[in-house]
Design a protein around this ligand. Structure first.
Ligand code: AAO
Length: 529
């Protein structure tokens, strides 16, 4: 059973647990189906993600949250918990349970985004405006459905005048600054005291409910704002994964949101011994390279990884954009690429999926009315409509995700993960898993190529002139189908895109015009004709 499972895990890319992953399986791709309803995620696992080799889905926070109407509901209300009951804008507890089970059955793992640093905003008032209708009183810090009351919050420890985090980077008072970030309120959100036994027990209880339901792990929100030793105590209480789907003794895979672009007292490395950590420098730096800002060029990516100041690869959860920085929240700055700039975005995602660094996460978004206002917030353009929730009906409920006959999504859902270039690169990463980066080539500017052992090869032209080169691919001789301009037909003989011929000496000729819609080519062992 164990051997069979690991083969499956290997095929899908991501190992079953943090510990297995490190030693045996390596990792490939998680897709964040941001704000998707549970029912649609279940269908997507069965109809699309499993057949296309996606390893896992990150789901939006499943816990009960405050309902914010202004007059429409912002996406960010889900980051303001009211209790750990499991009804949310994505669906009921039963729908969540059904989705987790159906995804597990087809080998797609579920990672839940858990908001455990805080409860709702101190200014959220009182009443039952919550997604399961639970009563709360934010002013008095009463959340009877957990239950939490005033003594479970950090007010006694926070020393800022406002009670909020006022300064992330007081370089003259490093210790006090770190304490402020962890003991005061993040944008006014009631800050839980995780040193207290009751809080640890409730939080671990919530996470264990999800583990027992079959999730494979967690994206832990706002870890910078919690003390590592408290997180360690909480993770230490987590159950092993449900043996209905996972081998006995498997631990949850944990990746922690810590924004560390440098220059602050709190470092991502403080969290890496507890689990994986989000590497925010990845998308910020890669965006700058693809945009060719400040003289950055693709050829510089030859040394991509730790020497760029990124954390060690086996600790990093990487992404081109996330739900925050695609709309000017969080951090990363103006260089972040998103679906709004599809040509550069696809190039960045393809590079990420071809390159061995890190565990990769893809973003799957919805469109919003994007009228940029003047000015910048936190280094990036602040979007006037940055709050807009998912496509929804007038009563505030989320619309389902309709799939068009051509495989794209309707109703404002973007579904980047269904763009064929991205989908096919997910498979490239699976096929190339565990293979070293070899046969790097560049023109000193914005044309690069590299291979992954003898399993895959990618060529990217981000210059203003044609790329025309005979390159060593390291691949076995034969005819391959480029998975960017097309793909192999079902029977395996035909190719709807460019054909690339690799000679007996492993070399192949590539031509990519600078004007092409997608100026990159990728071939792999699975695209051989
Ligand atoms: C909403 C309203 C607020 C209101 C609040 C309470 O928007 O106006 O005060 O309710 O009523 C999400 C939304 C928030 C929303 C919140 C609750 O993004 O807008 O607030 O739900 O509904 C920090 C945290 C990081 C966090 C990020 C947004 O460290 O954990 O802020 N991300 C997660 C989630 C996110 C969620 C929450 C946490 C809360 O992914 O969706 O918020 O659950 C610096 C720090 C970062 C810090 C940023 C914040 O970054 O380093 O740690 O992130 O500031 O702006 C350069 C620097 C970079 C710096 C950046 C910005 O890039 O290099 O270090 O500038 O200054």
């Amino acid at each position: 059973m164990k051997a069979r499972w690991c083969l499956l895990a290997l095929g899908l890319g991501l190992g079953v647990s943090h510990y297995h992953c490190r030693t045996r399986c390596g990792g490939t791709s998680i897709v964040h189906l941001f704000e998707w309803p549970w029912r649609d995620i279940a269908e997507e696992c069965e109809n699309y993600l499993a057949p296309n080799g996606f390893a896992a889905v990150q789901i939006s926070p499943p816990s009960e949250n405050v309902v914010v109407t202004q007059p429409w509901r912002p996406w960010w209300e889900r980051y303001q918990p009211i209790s750990y009951k499991l009804c949310s804008r994505s669906g009921t507890e039963q729908e969540l349970r059904d989705m987790i089970s159906r995804c597990n059955k087809v080998g797609v793992k579920i990672y839940a985004d858990v908001v455990i640093n805080h409860m709702c905003s101190a200014s959220a008032g009182e009443g039952r405006r919550s997604t399961c209708g639970s009563y709360f009183n934010a002013r008095e810090e009463e959340f009877p459905s957990v239950p939490y009351s005033a003594s479970h919050f950090n007010d006694d420890k926070c020393t800022t005048a406002s009670g909020n985090i006022e300064n992330y980077q007081d370089i003259y008072q490093l210790t006090a600054s770190a304490a402020q970030v962890r003991d005061c309120r993040l944008v006014g959100l009631l800050d839980l005291a995780h040193r207290k036994e009751h809080v640890r027990e409730r939080v671990a209880g919530y996470m264990n409910t999800l583990v027992d339901m079959g999730v494979a792990g967690f994206r832990v929100d706002a870890c910078k704002h919690m003390w590592p030793e408290d997180l360690k105590a909480i993770y230490g209480r987590l159950h092993n994964l449900n043996t209905e789907w996972f081998p006995e003794g498997s631990k949850p895979f944990v990746y922690q949101e810590v924004i560390d672009l440098g220059g602050e007292p709190i470092k991502a490395s403080e969290y890496s011994r507890l689990g994986h950590v989000t590497e925010f420098k990845y998308g910020a730096k890669l965006g700058s390279v693809i945009r060719r800002w400040n003289g950055d060029k693709l050829a510089d990516l030859k040394t991509w990884g730790e020497s760029w100041g990124l954390m060690p690869s086996d600790q990093a959860l990487v992404f081109v954009d996330n739900h925050d920085n695609q709309r000017g929240h969080g951090a990363g700055g103006a260089s972040i690429l998103t679906f709004w700039e599809p040509r550069m975005y696809k190039m960045a995602v393809a590079f990420m999926l071809a390159h061995p660094y890190g565990v990769t996460r893809l973003m799957s978004s919805y469109r919003w009315d994007r009228s940029l206002v003047e000015g910048r917030v936190g280094g990036s353009c602040q979007d006037q409509n940055d709050w807009m929730g998912p496509p929804s009906y007038p009563d505030g409920s989320t619309k389902p995700v309709p799939i068009n006959p051509d495989g794209s999504c309707g109703e404002g859902w973007v579904c980047e993960h269904r763009w064929h270039q991205i989908r096919n690169m997910v498979m490239f990463r699976n096929v190339a898993h565990g293979q070293p980066l070899l046969n790097w080539w560049d023109n000193g500017g914005n044309q690069i190529a590299f291979g992954r052992g003898d399993r895959g090869f990618i060529v990217i032209n981000n210059d203003d002139c044609t790329l025309d080169a005979l390159l060593q691919t390291g691949m076995p001789a034969g005819s391959y189908c480029d998975v960017i301009s097309g793909q192999r037909t079902a029977a395996g003989m035909g190719c709807t895109g460019k054909r690339i011929t690799v000679g007996e000496d492993g070399r192949a000729h590539f031509t990519i015009k600078a004007t092409e819609q997608d100026p990159f080519v990728a071939i792999h062992a699975g695209s051989k004709l």
